[in-house]
Design a protein around this ligand. Structure first.
Ligand code: SF4
Ligand code: SF4
Length: 270
């Protein structure tokens, strides 16, 4: 039967079409997001990101600057060779004694990180009697809860996961480098081979299979502590970290809400 087009049924038809147009992309986007999550995160099927909340803690006092974590990370994640490419690295801070009569409590601050600390550190060039304090600080993506990198990515290639990671999907990344500029911690780089953005993924392919991140596994001094806030055991290392330390974060004034927390962080660490 030929349909009679009145003003009323034309409006109804248009409303239906518009509603369909409005819901179709939403449904499609939601489905794509779910697919993207599981494909791009390399999580095994059956892994439920809503049942975990990952967290990394670093006890600066325990880091000996050996660089084994940097080496393990490079191998595990196929990070390119070269001084500019690290997903994690170690910085050595050296604070000198104040000049006599200056009235200050400390002198100058020097930071070095030869090749990211991958081969350890040579002896300090500053004479021992001038050093007030020297220590090593492991650095990596801070897993920001309010991640500036995700906010600037024009194509959604960088995204936050429900279990506390911040990841990059190289299939979507267009290599614009906005995220590299936006990260206030200098944690990202453009991979010279893939031309896509890279940073610490928390070894997502490992942790979703019950393994530790590579850097945590090899750390001889247990300076790196890793855990799941939603599945804490009674004697969990993360639990012990919080019981015995005052947790601090890098650049707290920026409001990024890091999920990488530190103990014994000197105020000079940036
Ligand atoms: S530390 Fe940098 S790369 Fe990591 S989540 Fe924060 S802004 Fe992004
Ligand atoms: S480099 Fe890639 S991940 Fe970074 S902002 Fe551009 S598209 Fe997004």
């Amino acid at each position: 039967m030929k349909q009679q087009f009145t003003r009323r049924n034309l409006l109804t038809t248009l409303t239906g079409v518009l509603a369909g147009l409005a819901t179709w992309p939403v449904a499609r986007t939601a489905k794509a997001a779910v697919q993207k999550f599981f494909v791009s995160t390399q999580a095994p099927g059956g892994y439920d990101p809503t049942k975990h909340k990952w967290l990394m803690a670093i006890d600066v006092d325990r880091c000996i600057g050996c660089g084994l974590c940097v080496e393990a990370c490079k191998k595990e994640n196929n990070v390119p060779e070269g001084e500019s490419y690290f997903r994690t690295w170690i910085e050595r801070y050296t604070i000198t004694k104040p000049k006599a009569g200056s009235g200050e409590t400390r002198g100058e601050v020097f930071v070095d990180s030869p090749n990211g600390g991958i081969h350890g550190f040579p002896p300090n060039t500053i004479p021992k009697d001038q050093i007030l304090k020297s220590f090593f600080v492991p650095k990596l993506c801070n897993l920001c809860q309010h991640s500036p990198c995700s906010q600037v990515c024009p194509v959604g290639a960088t995204f936050d996961t429900p279990d506390g990671a911040v990841l990059v999907d190289p299939k979507y990344c267009i290599g614009c480098g906005f995220c590299v500029q936006a990260c206030p911690y200098g944690c990202r780089f453009l991979n010279p081979i893939t031309k896509t953005a890279e940073k610490c993924s928390l070894c997502y392919h490992r942790i979703t299979r019950g393994l530790l991140p590579a850097c945590v596994e090899v750390c001889p001094g247990q300076a790196r502590i890793f855990g799941d806030l939603k599945n804490l055991s009674p004697d969990d290392p993360i639990q012990r970290f919080f019981e015995s330390n005052k947790a601090q974060s890098l650049k707290p004034h920026l409001g990024t809400g890091p999920r990488v927390l530190y103990a014994e962080l000197d105020k000079e660490v940036r």
